[in-house]
Design a protein. Structure first.
Length: 331
């Protein structure tokens, strides 16, 4: 039963967020409840997608037929059945006097069998959604090269700073300040590059470790679910928005370093992705996101005085807005 709900939820999410079908509810006296359809106007008729069961689809189709016929609207119904065994569905379905298009989905294997289906385009979309239900979110086939490049740069820069400092466990403030740590009076005097250099500097090894672990998990998922250009723009603008917002709202003589502005930007973007594909994501995933936030907050409060919480919050908000904005533009 859980598998059936998962398949149905995946399809509903795809209908609403990707194919942009509209939801239509029709009251059925035979069922004493509302029938939920997904509809879309196609040329001179309305395409209707209905989740059906073998013991009630006939009366449901009659209700749909009555609704559209009374309004003089041409329509085409595609019944979707999620079944436990495909072997016995053919004879059962053809007992209907309403010879509608039907798509049967095996709840265990995800295998699809269709009868009398003329909407080939919709069928191809359905196959793609069912056969690869989780690949779009996890996107194992896509690379995370930009994320790994940022991690590599951060590690290399840290060990260079450690060599200059003479100690790789903890870097002196004057070394970080010389290298480009974010300090608002310097930015005010025109050293704007500190806004973009500071995320790649780290006060100590633990701050670096927490930063690159968070970046690896959050960055890899976001990068695999968006284009490289958008991902790069997200990070660059996230750095600018986070650090510059902190400069405007929380002018301070304490310098800031670390990947936190990048990580919180990505966490914000990840929230949008996780809710967009919530039917494909295990609930534990949201727990992991929460733990990452707590881990970074603990790091900023107890382990390092060089993490700007105003910048973190601003970056998180920007990540939410940027990723949500992309979705709205697509629609």
């Amino acid at each position: 039963m859980k598998r059936v709900r998962n398949i149905k939820n995946i399809l509903i999410s795809s209908f609403e967020n990707e194919i942009n079908l509209n939801n239509l509810s029709i009251y059925s006296e035979a069922h004493n409840r509302e029938i939920h359809l997904y509809v879309k106007e196609v040329k001179d008729y309305v395409l209707c997608i209905a989740f059906a069961s073998l013991n009630s689809y006939i009366s449901m189709n009659r209700c749909i037929d009555s609704y559209f016929s009374s309004k003089g609207i041409k329509y085409n119904i595609i019944n979707i059945f999620i079944v436990g065994d495909l072997s016995n569905v053919r004879d059962t379905y053809f007992q209907s006097e309403l010879y509608e298009e039907a798509i049967f989905i095996d709840q265990k294997s995800g295998k699809i069998e269709c009868f009398n289906v003329h909407s080939v385009g919709f069928l191809n979309i359905l196959r793609n959604v069912i056969e690869k239900p989780y690949s779009r979110f996890m996107s194992k086939g896509k690379s995370n090269h930009l994320t790994m490049f940022i991690i590599l740069i951060s590690i290399i820069v840290y060990f260079i700073m450690g060599n200059i400092n003479g100690d790789i466990v903890s870097i002196r403030d004057e070394v970080l300040l010389w290298a480009g740590g974010k300090m608002d009076p310097y930015i005010q005097s025109g050293e704007y590059m500190r806004i973009f250099i500071s995320p790649f500097l780290h006060k100590n090894f633990l701050q670096l470790l927490v930063g690159i672990i968070t970046l690896f998990f959050t960055g890899s998922i976001v990068e695999k679910n968006t284009s490289k250009i958008k991902y790069l723009i997200l990070i660059i603008l996230g750095i600018f928005f986070g650090n510059f917002s902190s400069y405007l709202l929380n002018f301070s003589k304490v310098f800031g370093v670390g990947l936190y502005v990048i990580n919180y930007t990505l966490i914000g973007a990840l929230f949008v992705l996780a809710f967009k594909y919530k039917s494909k994501v295990n609930k534990l995933f949201f727990v992991f996101i929460f733990l990452f936030i707590v881990l970074n907050l603990l790091n900023s409060i107890f382990l390092s005085n060089n993490i700007d919480n105003i910048g973190s919050l601003a970056s998180f908000i920007f990540g939410l807005i940027f990723m949500r904005g992309i979705d709205l533009i697509k629609k």
